[in-house]
Design a protein around this ligand. Structure first.
Ligand SMILES: Cc1cc2nc3c(=O)[nH]c(=O)nc-3n(C[C@H](O)[C@H](O)[C@H](O)COP(=O)(O)OP(=O)(O)OC[C@H]3O[C@@H](n4cnc5c(N)ncnc54)[C@H](O)[C@@H]3O)c2cc1C
Length: 417
């Protein structure tokens, strides 16, 4: 097997996870990141059970222990109606002996932990490197950066996110990311600033209201710091500058709060009244249409670069699963005898099916987040549908992620045809 040097574009989530796993298998890689350094704290994300399982394969038990120690470990979210009615629990992590719980963690904290592990394993990370072009020949691949520097390697992995530059090499006319029609307005506040109807009110909570979904999830091990998020329908794409202005002017927060002005029940009221408008953030959701292919020659896209989905809590999980399956193939001497093109082709076939399955679940999630007129039949029907499904049919305990969070990359057949 040729001695591999893998060039990885992007030090977000997929890139460092891939590099770390390659290093654990003694395969060298270099990460190139456009940012000059690790970003300031932004939002928080949930690592569903399948994300944690894939990360365990990539980084080992010690990494997972550090991630769990930096975030909030949980298995259930309690679903409420904005009147205060409790529908029941959605099981989002795996419960019981050997089950893998979910973790909520600040995205930057996760990024930092991954990069620290990379550093321990001697992975070369180059900051401030903007990929500008890619050349391929029979012997390898060359990445050319904006500062004029070049780097040769055996293969190049584009883990450069939704606005991927690498995508332009894989596809002559790559589709542009499209706005998905909704935004998440979010922020943080101490649990002590929130009034709850009962002292034992359960967090994480998801509260369905005619104005949309409000979710609140602790982000620290003690559960004392809450992240909150409102999914708001905003029909038109404001563009990068427009979204930035909508956030920084405080209008996004004011609009989201106004939607909930007529709701007097707790914890919604105190949460929105006490949230810090100045630090509230906006995330406009973009996704990319299905790409006809995710690889070309010695170049392969993973994570959001290949398949950014509308928000469904599975983006990072898909990125980590991509990386975990790729490492299985890159470390398999029989698979590698066929060369990178065949390996990437096989990887793509397996991953496409999986990503499609997860996408189907996202459609249900989208319906849960939508807003309605409080006196419309649609809102009335939705409240009864939830009651029938969560409270009656599932007796108050729904296995929310059963379709996808039980997935294990190790069960995939990696025999290349
Ligand atoms: C607000 C928000 C909330 C989310 N919540 C969740 C959640 O709860 N659960 C979940 O699983 N997922 C969530 N996601 C999705 C998740 O964050 C992404 O799916 C995941 O980060 C994808 O990882 P990635 O490595 O493919 O891309 P990214 O993490 O976006 O990393 C891409 C990296 O490439 C770099 N880059 C870009 N272009 C270049 C270039 N030309 N040269 C060099 N470097 C480049 C970027 O700077 C970036 O660091 C959320 C996303 C957002 C924005």
């Amino acid at each position: 097997m040729e001695k591999q040097l893998i060039l990885i574009i992007g030090a977000g989530l997929a890139g460092p996870a891939l590099a770390l796993s390659l290093a654990r298998h003694s395969i060298k890689s270099t990460i190139f990141e456009i940012r000059p350094s690790l970003s300031e704290p932004g939002g928080s994300i949930t690592l569903a059970a399948n994300a944690v399982r894939a990360l365990t394969l990539l980084g080992g038990d010690e990494l997972i222990a550090r991630i769990q120690a930096a975030g909030f470990v949980y298995t259930r979210m309690t679903a409420f109606l904005s009147t205060g009615y409790r529908y029941g629990d959605l099981v989002v992590g795996e419960e019981g002996e050997g089950g893998v719980p979910a973790v909520r963690i600040m995205r930057t904290a996760l990024n930092k932990l991954l990069l620290e592990e990379c550093e321990k394993k001697g992975v070369d990370v180059r900051w401030g490197k903007k990929l500008e072009s890619i050349r391929e020949d029979d012997g390898g691949v060359t990445a050319v950066f904006e500062d004029g520097s070049i780097k040769q390697g055996s293969a190049l992995i584009g883990a450069d996110g939704i606005h991927s530059f690498t995508r332009q090499h894989v596809l002559p006319e790559p589709p542009k990311p499209t706005y998905a029609g909704s935004c998440v307005i979010n922020g943080f506040l101490p649990r002590s600033s929130v009034t709850t109807p009962t002292p034992d009110y359960p967090f994480p909570a998801m509260i369905f209201s005619p104005s949309g979904l409000l979710m609140t999830i602790p982000i620290d091990p003690s559960g004392q710091q809450l992240a909150w998020g409102i999914t708001k329908t905003v029909p038109d794409d404001k563009g990068r500058a427009g979204w930035a202005a909508y956030e920084s002017s405080g209008a996004a927060y004011a609009d989201a709060k106004a939607d909930f002005d007529n709701i007097t029940t707790e914890p919604i009221r105190s949460l929105l009244d006490n949230a810090d408008a100045k630090t509230a953030k906006l995330w406009a959701a973009y996704s990319i249409p299905d790409l006809p292919r995710w690889h070309r020659g010695r170049v392969c896209l993973i994570g959001d670069a290949a398949h950014a989905l509308p928000p469904n809590g599975q983006g990072s999980a898909m990125a980590f699963e991509d990386a975990a399956l790729l490492v299985r193939l890159l470390t398999d001497s029989k698979a590698m005898e066929r060369g990178y093109e065949a390996v990437f082709g096989h990887w793509e076939t397996v991953r496409r099916k999986r990503v499609e399955d997860v996408k189907k679940h996202s459609k249900v999630g989208g319906m849960m987040k939508s807003s309605h007129h409080p006196e419309s039949w649609a809102w009335w029907a939705k409240t009864w549908l939830f009651w029938l499904f969560i409270t009656v049919k599932n007796r108050g305990v729904v296995q929310a992620g059963a379709g996808f969070s039980g997935y294990d990359v190790m069960t995939e057949n990696i025999e290349v045809e």
